[in-house]
Design a protein around this ligand. Structure first.
Ligand code: NAD
Length: 345
């Protein structure tokens, strides 16, 4: 196995891991370790090029720095990627090699699930290193999606309070793009709160389930952002707010689980100029990593976790209020708040 450091100004440490025997080709990126060891998931994806993967893991690890700081857990930001198609290239031997590589970092980086990686895969990695988390154990921790969904629901409540001056979601309409692990659980919370749901997914079975369980109405994935609703909740892939979609958005709130919702940084200002309240993605979707962080610290309990998740709403409220006071976009205010947490002695 070969582990080579890649120099990247502004990043704490980036290593490129290759292992001819198992076909492992991976990058671990630690953006910042001021608050503690870096923590963030591992994504398995067939990137078009090494540069595309490097760019993604750098951005994702920086996002984790901000997410962990505002999520109130003592962890820095890190992320790993594996250049592979999760459906056909992943093997036990490859995952074990990744575990051994992570172990050589001696606790600088803790890995967890991300897209293309399952809880069982994390168990396999864990056979080679203790620096892996997100596994259910005697009712502790495990699959972060239900926690993430609860955090997004709390975040939507905070956004509705700020925008419409009410705590009541009854009759509020929400367009959910992607009713997967998080989106479906979010739909359940919203339905329970009396919201009206519009759902879109490339997976027709998921759409059918949302219609049957929550009386949702279907919309085509390409039209979910343009639905005539109060809230647009992107819960599929990143980049759904972009130059092609932003001017069609009719919702007055954007609040969902997807990472990297804004395709380009200028979207933050454009949303502000259109008077659309944007709940910064890494703030509203932090509950999953908060759970993983508590699991690593050996401090996981349902009550503590739920209290921390419910605080996501308060964090968003303070971002919304500061953005309003300072006449700035919410995303830039969130970045600044996160930097303030990190630079505190
Ligand atoms: P998931 O794979 O379970 O669900 C994603 C859903 O989106 C699937 O149902 C899929 O069919 C659908 N989808 C994919 N591409 C689509 C498209 N082009 N149009 C419409 N639907 C499409 O993933 P998840 O765990 O629910 O995560 C959803 C998002 O939230 C991802 O961006 C993820 O990075 C982010 N996120 C998840 C967590 C977590 O705890 N799972 C935490 C933080 C952030």
């Amino acid at each position: 196995m070969k582990i080579e450091e890649i120099s990247a100004p502004g990043w704490h440490k980036i290593v490129h891991i290759t292992d001819g025997e198992t076909g492992l080709d991976s990058i671990v990126s630690v953006h910042d370790a001021t608050l503690g060891p870096a923590c963030g998931g591992c994504r398995v994806f067939p990137y078009q090029s090494f540069e595309a993967g490097l760019e993604d893991v750098k951005n994702l690890s920086r996002g984790m720095t901000y997410k962990n700081a505002l999520g109130g857990i003592p962890f820095g930001g890190g992320k790993a990627i594996v250049f592979a198609d999760p459906k056909k290239d992943k093997s036990t031997a490859m995952l074990k090699a990744l575990g051994r590589a992570i172990d050589t970092l001696e606790g600088l980086y803790y890995t967890a699930e991300d897209s293309g990686m399952s809880e069982a895969d994390i168990q396999t990695i864990r056979e080679e290193t203790s620096y892996a988390a997100g596994m259910a154990n005697n009712g502790v921790g495990g699959n972060p999606s239900p926690f993430t969904a609860r955090g997004v629901w709390r975040g939507i409540q905070a956004a509705v309070r700020h925008k419409f001056n009410t705590d009541d979601l009854t009759g509020k309409s929400v367009s959910i793009l992607g009713v997967g692990a998080v989106g479906m659980a979010l739909a359940e919370h919203l339905h329970g709160s009396g919201a009206k749901l519009i759902v879109a997914d490339v997976n027709k079975n998921s759409v059918r389930e949302a219609i049957d369980r929550f009386g949702a109405v279907e919309v085509a994935p390409a039209q979910a952002h343009a639905a005539d609703v109060d809230i647009f909740a992107p819960c599929a892939l990143g980049g759904s707010i972009n130059a092609d979609t932003v001017h069609d958005i009719k919702a007055s709130i954007i609040a969902g689980a997807a990472n990297n919702q804004l395709k380009t940084p200028d979207m933050d200002q454009i949303l502000k100029s259109k008077d659309i309240l944007y709940a910064p993605d890494y703030v509203i979707n932090a509950a999953g990593v908060i759970s993983v962080g508590l699991e690593i610290l050996g401090e996981w309990s349902h009550d503590d976790l739920n209290q921390r998740i419910d605080k996501i709403g308060d964090t968003l409220t303070s971002i919304f209020e500061r953005a309003q006071r300072e006449d700035r976009p919410t995303g830039s205010v969130a970045d600044q708040l996160a930097m303030e947490v990190i630079s505190k002695p």
